[in-house]
Design a protein around this ligand. Structure first.
Ligand SMILES: C[S@@+](CC[C@H](N)C(=O)[O-])C[C@H]1O[C@@H](n2cnc3c(N)ncnc32)[C@H](O)[C@@H]1O
Length: 290
């Protein structure tokens, strides 16, 4: 993937040399390409000269020598997330949207996320908190942090002032900051709950992203046992694409089905400090407690 500037999709200015465009064909395949004067994009269907796109409006279509039509657009954040370099598995746009919604992430907030991974969720959080907000991202692996930094700086044209990427253990960082929201995308959130409770004031929101329902069951139990979290609820987000083409109107044969479960909890005071009492517990499966 080449370097270049990411413009604002829908800008009225024509495409310019130095800008990144996404080239999409009729089958939905996409490539990120930096336009250069005299440059050429080489695809399986043949070469496309950049000069046919520079100075033209977004949405300009060109044909490869083999007749494949490709359309040039400024990349959306989704294009970036699906095509960017990966160190760790990324959070897909469908889950990013629900993390922002369930986490009630709003402009001006300070949000902490761990781990930063490839920086995909970071891009969504940076947009959600806006220029007045802040995102603190924690990543224990230097190689993953380097990928996250490269992806975020590439999309933003430099390091956003509102972003603080820390290399280290999530528990250590969370224990030393005060934030409105915490998002955890790492395999074992339970040892972090004390630090999360320190980072969040009562009313704050925690969202965990966990691929396995066994992990969800464990973290739910830990959140309920902790005494500083309430309204613990889990959802899964399925987005089903449809083919809409004349009489052939039906769900697409393929979809990204399971990615992960989102568990959301609110920080509350302990019961002895006036917080809610623990929810009534069901017994283990097969017991006569319902
Ligand atoms: C699945 S990746 C996160 C992907 C990221 N949300 C994205 O959208 O690109 C999980 C990351 O958490 C990091 N990690 C795991 N446990 C951690 C901990 N205790 N503290 C900090 N980072 C941790 C891993 O190194 C890994 O990079």
């Amino acid at each position: 993937m080449s370097a270049g500037r990411f413009g604002v999709p829908g800008d009225r200015a024509p495409l310019a040399a130095g800008e990144v465009v996404v080239l999409r064909d009729a089958r939905g395949r996409r490539s990120l390409v930096t336009l250069e004067d005299g440059g050429t994009w080489h695809s399986n269907a043949g070469a496309v000269p950049h000069d046919g796109l520079i100075g033209r409006p977004e949405g300009t279509a060109v044909r490869t020598p083999r007749g494949t039509e490709v359309v040039a657009l400024r990349p959306t954040r989704e294009d970036m997330v699906l095509k960017m370099r990966r160190g760790a598995q990324v959070v897909y746009p469908k889950d990013q949207a629900m993390i922002v919604a369930l986490g009630d992430v709003r402009p001006g907030m300070h949000v902490a996320e761990a781990g930063a991974g490839s920086g995909a969720l970071t891009l969504a959080l940076l947009d959600a908190v806006g220029p007045e907000g802040r995102v603190t991202s924690v990543e224990r692996r230097e190689d993953h942090a380097e990928v996250a930094r490269a992806n975020v700086e590439r999309f933003h044209g430099g390091a956003p002032a509102r972003w603080d990427l820390r290399i280290g253990e999530a528990a250590d960082v969370l224990a030393g900051i005060a934030v409105h929201r915490v998002v955890l995308d790492l395999p074992e959130p339970r040892p972090l709950l004390d630090a999360v409770a320190t980072a969040l004031a009562p009313g704050g929101v925690l969202v965990t992203y966990l691929p396995s329902i066994v992990q969800v069951a464990r973290v739910t139990e830990a959140l309920r046992d902790d005494g500083r979290f309430a309204d613990v609820a889990t959802t899964e987000t399925l987005v089903r694409p449809w083919d809409v083409d004349g009489p052939a109107v039906r769900p697409a044969h393929r979809m990204v089905a399971h990615t992960a479960f989102l568990t959301r909890a609110r920080r509350v005071p302990r019961v002895e400090d006036g917080g809610p009492s623990a929810p009534r517990r069901r017994g283990p499966v097969g017991s006569d407690v319902d």
